[in-house]
Design a protein around this ligand. Structure first.
Ligand SMILES: [Zn+2]
Ligand SMILES: [Zn+2]
Length: 112
């Protein structure tokens, strides 16, 4: 009997750990899926106006969080702007790195 009750605790622990692991995997999966949806939305909103390449990376924003007397800066994704497209300084349209040079897009350059 002595061994048995300990085994029960071991088994219980195993079950709990397995459940925890499952929950963690599920929440990772949700985060991953949400990220995918956001990337799709970002790509729908922002495209290179020359080649239609959709944006794939969100911009970054820096958020200051005060902790006691210290302020820490955290980097957060900013889904209102893309990180892999740039605005042309002449036409203000979003442009990928292949179609922008010195802040001017290919279309504006061709009109110059
Ligand atoms: Zn392009
Ligand atoms: Zn332009």
């Amino acid at each position: 009997m002595t061994k048995d009750w300990k085994k029960k605790i071991d088994d219980e622990e195993k079950v709990l750990k397995a459940e925890q692991k499952k929950r963690e995997t599920e929440s990772h999966e949700i985060v991953r899926r949400e990220h995918g949806v956001k990337v799709q939305e970002l790509g729908r909103k922002f495209k290179c106006h020359v080649c239609n390449r959709p944006a794939q990376r969100p911009g970054k924003q820096y958020v200051d969080v005060r902790m006691g007397i210290d302020t820490s800066t955290f980097e957060e994704d900013d889904w209102s702007i893309p990180a892999d497209l740039w605005q042309c300084s002449k036409c203000d349209q979003w442009t990928c790195k292949y179609h922008i040079y010195k802040d001017i897009c290919q279309k504006c350059a061709e009109k110059m």
